[in-house]
Design a protein. Sequence first.
Length: 635
Amino acid sequence: MTENSKNPERHEINIPIEIGTYMCNINIHDSKANMLIVQDHLKLGNNDNINKLPEENKVPAAHVASTKEYLLIEDVQRDRRFAEGLKWIEAKVALCMPIVKPDGDCYAVLELYRTDSENYDANVIYTVVSIACWAGAAVHQAQARILLQKTSHLNQELRALLNNYFSDLASLDTMLTDMLAVIKSFIGTMRSSFFIMDKEHIGDHIQADMWDDGWSAEQSAMPKKRNKINLSTDQTPAGLVARTGKPLNVRDAFKDPRFLKEIDPVTGTVVRSCLLAPVMDKDTVIGVVQLTNKTNFTPFNSEDEKIFEVFVNYCSLIVHFYNMQQQKIFHENLNKVFGTLMGLHLKPCRHELEELMESNGVVLPSNNFRSYDFHISECSKEDMPGLLCYMFVETFADGNFERRILADFVLTILSCYRQNPYHNAEHAFCFTHTMYMILSSNPGYFDFVETAALMLGGICHDLDHPGFNNNFLIMSRHPLAQMYKTSTLEHHHFFLAKHIIELRAQLSPLLADGTFEWTDNSHRKMLKGILMTTSDLSGCCKPFGVSKAIAECVYEEFYNQPAEQIQFLSVVIIPCLMMLQTLFPNTSPLMENCKKTQEAWHEEIEIRGQKLWRQEDSVRKPSRGLVQVKTESSE
């Protein structure tokens, strides 16, 4: 079996048969078109005379192709089953043998005939059957080899194009034009088209963007895009595929009553054969690919369909990526709109700003402000913006900040804190005040950028804290709830405490050995981490009355009781303060207050006669008296 030099899609079957026959014909069977393509005088090598023969029982070859069984006709002219005989041949004896491939498909029918009355004996029939079996296997292997070569080459071409597209080296128009040109060349068609459905118009009104590379007779290779083709009412093969979601192989669209007769007004080409496939997204058609008119004027066969199926898989990637890009662009623009809208609301009240500027943007603090014992509850909370501005002005040179801009910034930040019992603006103020006390009492250790970062980190560190408890985190599928399936916040607190302990293990030897270097960036980074942690938890270093009120706010916010206060002070707070006091001895009041608070908690627990609170205990735990009543009744 060899490849035809004039038409690579056809094959020549050279079968040397020495059985005393006068002539041999080969009829290529096309099951999709229900036709036989007759090749006359194959034995003489003239295989250009091709005729299409309808597959009817009046012709022996058609009967054999249908039944897939050989047929021996002893008198062709008198056999009433086949009125037309062998068609154009004056034969008396004929042997029709099907060439069946291993997959059961009848590829061709071999006709051997004699013009005399000598019949074919059993040896001849056996020989022809053997040859037909080998021919069927050869055809199957040759077709599989050619299909594999084509699909492999097609995969290489398309992967190269996809790589350029996904690397942003080619636009969508260029990508589609090149892909359509590739499949057009592989299958040998005159025209190829690509439709991408508009997701906003899926249903009764199917609209799509269409890319058309034009007819092969046209000179231009530029893509032709027509916007918003209405496929819901379009009587074309593409419209039918878009509505049904099923692939389609049309033999002759010009004669098909389902479609309008389409003639290209520029080239005058009539739309005949069409091969179409939908691009699916779950159960929805999101695209359609169409090939029109083969260059050899034959219908699309099964081999074309298999190659086209590979191409459609790549088209699916393109359509999905295109839709993702459109969604990305839409949401980027939507975020810009929301960002502009949010910017309008992230501005302080004009009256509050003007009121603060009446005192030049600051509020003068009370006498005990420069003490670690100070808490905002000792004065009016309305003074918080002015006091924060005062701390920034005192920490930095007055020329570094324009008073009105600073007041605007502080008021905006405070307005972004939610009205939580604990993680609120008061907590941010407490954090910033402790940081201010440490930095102002120890000048010269940090440069301007580090000092500004620490102060800004203080005022912004819990910005927009939701104040959610464990149940809410789980029900809302918060990322923390995805990380920790049970005791979400407790695990998170443990992670932070573990991180602090590990940090202490790195920093403590440096302090003990006296090898801490202020010029070492890694040492400075660890110290700034200790400063942030100490300032964040400085509520525990206030006098016991203030510290107790803060702890109760924490319980109220999270609803489930947090880590036990005494262990929390011993494991987390005191180690931080010890390291901080080693470097900054003037922070010793923080350590003293923390130890006093720890002792006060011991006394509080002894007075109440209760055990330390555990994480798994509930705030709404019934009193011991009620439990005792239940126990007695149960007895």
